[in-house]
Design a protein around this ligand. Structure first.
Ligand code: URA
Length: 297
């Protein structure tokens, strides 16, 4: 077997390594006993397996056979100790002056009022293709709020956020943190499913995000976790790629915000789970949840 790597293979390896570098993964090893060409091939095929953590076990092993029952919000168990004081956190992204900073908190607001104000919303074009509005779900006094992008097919059918494949993974992530879904609040940037699961468009985000803002203000969590670029870009009002500020503590309307990868992205790229788990451990530390050293199963 030739020990030369073809140009095409070299390019594939370079692309793949660039992809992992974007995820913050820079350490790879090579089995020295294996001929170069097949090592290169193996790296392409198995590098993710070598480095990814098993904190959120693979779907095949853990998905329940039956659909999860929708959770009814219940009064909150408080999570952990008081968080350390939040110092002003500089946003390491260049932003236009935030649209949201000028929007004031609505006095005496409640999730119920917000839901009533949303009504049978027809404010944007998404209303014409949706089945159910997916307002949000969970503990109205949660210390931790997860914000996703927008409902998919399962969410649209059930009217609940994150109940499909990505939702199952999010549930595993929450449980790996030592919490349950009913302890946290889960919502999305847009409340209606974009057709074909496309990204929500600017006008749709613009129309819907004031409701999200009110939800966050009302719940008043210690920490907001943005799941994916759409949530992060919307709340932080930035066009920067999420990999530039993922896992960093930022400030959003006086609260701590951290952006991490979307569970749907993790389904496509399991190696990135280890990065997300590191991010969630930071969140656990702030919420006073026990961070289990070396937990990886
Ligand atoms: N993806 C999201 O961003 N939100 C959901 O509710 C489900 C999938």
């Amino acid at each position: 077997m030739s020990d030369q790597i073809s140009e095409t293979l070299q390019k594939k390896i370079a692309d793949r390594l660039g992809f992992y570098e974007d995820l913050g993964i820079r350490t790879f090893y090579r089995d020295r006993g294996t001929p170069v060409a097949s090592v290169a091939q193996q790296q392409l095929e198995t590098v993710g397996v070598l480095i990814h953590s098993n904190v959120f076990p693979s779907e095949e092993r853990t998905l329940p056979k039956t659909a999860r029952k929708p959770e009814v919000p219940k009064p909150a168990p408080t999570i952990g100790q008081p968080a350390p004081r939040v110092s002003p956190l500089p946003l390491p992204v260049s932003t236009a002056p935030s649209l949201f900073e000028s929007i004031e908190k609505v006095a005496d607001d409640t999730l119920l009022k917000i839901r009533e104000d949303l009504g049978d919303c027809m404010r944007c074009k998404l209303h014409s293709t949706r089945n159910k509005i997916v307002f949000g779900d969970g503990n109205p006094k949660a210390e931790l709020v997860f914000v996703g992008e927008g409902p998919g097919a399962d969410e649209d059918a059930q009217g609940l956020p994150f109940v499909g494949r990505a939702g199952k993974l999010l549930t595993q992530m929450i449980e790996a943190m030592g919490l349950q879904r009913k302890d946290v609040y889960i919502c999305n940037v847009v409340k209606c499913r974009p057709p074909e699961n496309r990204q929500p468009e600017e006008d749709e985000v613009h129309t819907c995000s004031p409701f999200l803002l009110r939800q966050i203000d009302t719940i008043a969590p210690k920490v907001v976790v943005c799941l994916g670029a759409t949530a992060a870009k919307t709340l932080l009002q930035t066009n920067r790629g999420i990999s530039q500020f993922r896992g960093e503590w930022l400030e959003f309307r006086g609260r701590k915000l951290l952006a991490t990868y979307h569970p749907a992205y993790l389904l496509r790229n399991p190696p990135a789970k280890s990065e997300v788990w590191k991010d969630l451990q930071k969140v656990m530390a702030v919420l006073g949840l026990e961070v289990k050293k070396g937990k990886s199963a």
